[in-house]
Each structure stands twice: as structure tokens, then as C-alpha cells.
Unconditional design. Structure first.
Length: 283
């Protein structure tokens, strides 16, 4: 079974270190390209950039939302952001110079201090959440693979019916030709004109032959079967292939003179539309 991924999945991981608790959640849905959006609490733009790169190295397509929650437990004094700590020391130094004596640290000044989140712990937790997300996407990808295989089998069965009915198709086109010639003869045209019109109608009916469309549809199905056995991202390739299948089936429905072929083509178009909806979720 090939290693396919859906673009829909969910992953979560949680870690503890000292008085820190880190929780990372990742959700992904289908999208033509890749869009990774990260939200950290407390906000850390540098860390968010690292997380975008981390996810981007493993996932090729999909809209991925990453949420990071970092919290502290216990009543110990929070470690300060280096910039805020230097600013606080500078303020205290100026106060000592102005008053000529040392001042105790103002507890209220610490309330606005931002704790320094352990970035390595966040990144390690994010890797675990990403692994969980990828496993979820693979599980969904396996289910999609089975659905697509069944739908392609249905299209193949419809194609076999069309190929088997080619004698009926040819007979229907011959009947159309004979009827048109008879109508023209009944209108009073000359025998010489009737021969020329018969040639023109025959050429017209030859252009309405669906042999080429049947051959191309068969080729597309063979290519799809090869993609079903391939590993890695194949969603875009299959999407293009399914669009081509839809065009061929539409042309078959328009050109065919055999009424049963039109009925089969309608069923095939419905199956191709369902197939296309499923393909949208493949990475």
C-alpha cells in the first residue's frame, strides 16, 4: 500500500519540564498549496517562524493551524525576558543615583515581566504533535486510497461497456446516415446530389466517432492505476488526470449516436465528479 497522506488531520502533544507545561495542537485541512499559521501564547515571533519552517519541511500541501500554549505552575518567581530585565535594572540604578540609597525591588514592576518560554521544549513538543498529525493524515490517506480505487474500477467498468457497445454505436451512426439520406431524397433532390450529400454525411459521422475518446480515457485510467501504486504527493497529478477524464466522457456523451452510450456517460460523469471531490483531499 503506498504512503499517501490526506490533507485533513489533527495532532496534539503535551510536555512538562520543571514548572513549565507546553501544549501544541495542529489541525490541517485541504488547500491547493501550503499555508502554515502559528499562534503562540505568550506571543513569540521568532519561535513562530521556527515552527513554520518545522512544519513546512514535512508537509507539502494543506492549510495547517498550529497553536502553542505555554504555562507555568508553582509560586516561584518567573524568569524575565532579558530586555525587560535590563530595563528594570537600569530603572533601579537611576533611582539609586537620584536618591542616594538602594531601593528594594518593586514587586509591581515584575507583574508586567514576560516569562522566557523554553523554546527547545516547545520545538520538541511541536515535533511530537507534527508526528501525530502526519499519522492522522496517513490514516485518512489510506481510506481515501481505497475509495479512489473503487471509483476508478467503476469508471473502468463503464469504459468496458462503451467498448463492448461499439458495434451498436456504429450501427446507430449508419442508421442516422441512412435516415438523413432518405429524408433528402424524399425532398426531391437529384441522384447526383444525393451521392455527394451521402459523402458529406459520412464524413460528418466519421468526425462524430468516439474511438479516440475511448482510447484516451483508457490511457488516463492506466495512468491513474500507476499513481495509485506511487508513494509521496500525487494529489495534484491525479486532480489534473481526473479533469481530463471528465472532458473525454463529456465528449463521448455529446458525439455518440448510441443512446445507451449517453446513459453510461451520464453515470460516468457522476462517478468522476465524486472522484474529483475525493482527490481534493490528497496531498
Amino acid at each position: 500500500m503506498p504512503d499517501w497522506q490526506s490533507m485533513t488531520g489533527f495532532g496534539r502533544a503535551e510536555s512538562r519540564d520543571g514548572n513549565w507545561t507546553i501544549a501544541v495542537e495542529m489541525r490541517s485541512v485541504n488547500q491547493r498549496g501550503r499555508d502554515v499559521r502559528v499562534s503562540t501564547s505568550p506571543r513569540n515571533l521568532a519561535l513562530e517562524h521556527q515552527l513554520v519552517q518545522l512544519v513546512g519541511k514535512r508537509l507539502n500541501r494543506g492549510k495547517v493551524d498550529v497553536r502553542v500554549e505555554a504555562g507555568q505552575q508553582g509560586s516561584g518567581t518567573a524568569s524575565l525576558d532579558p530586555v525587560q530585565l535590563n530595563r528594570l535594572k537600569s530603572q533601579q540604578f537611576r533611582q539609586r543615583i537620584a536618591l542616594g540609597r538602594a531601593l528594594p525591588v518593586d514587586a509591581s514592576a515584575l507583574q508586567g515581566a514576560r516569562p522566557v518560554v523554553p523554546e527547545q521544549l516547545v520545538l520538541d513538543t511541536a515535533r511530537s504533535a507534527l508526528a501525530s498529525l502526519i499519522e492522522s493524515r496517513r490514516s485518512e490517506g489510506l481510506a481515501l486510497h481505497q475509495v479512489l480505487a473503487g471509483q476508478l474500477d467503476d469508471i473502468r467498468a463503464g469504459l468496458d461497456k462503451l467498448v463492448a457497445g461499439r458495434p451498436s454505436e456504429q450501427a446507430a451512426r449508419a442508421t442516422v446516415l441512412a435516415d438523413k439520406v432518405r429524408e433528402l431524397q424524399d425532398s426531391g433532390i437529384s441522384v447526383q446530389d444525393a451521392g455527394r450529400i451521402e459523402e458529406e454525411l459520412a464524413a460528418l459521422l466519421m468526425r462524430s466517432d468516439i474511438t479516440e475518446e475511448l482510447d484516451r480515457l483508457d490511457h488516463h485510467l492506466q495512468s491513474a492505476a500507476e499513481m495509485l501504486a506511487a508513494d509521496g504527493p500525487v494529489g495534484r497529478k491525479i486532480d489534473v488526470l481526473v479533469q481530463e477524464m471528465g472532458r473525454e466522457i463529456h465528449t463521448i456523451s455529446s458525439k455518440s449516436a448510441w443512446i445507451d452510450a449517453k446513459t453510461i456517460a451520464v453515470d460516468l460523469r457522476a462517478t468522476v465528479e465524486q472522484l474529483r471531490e475525493q482527490v481534493q483531499n490528497i496531498e
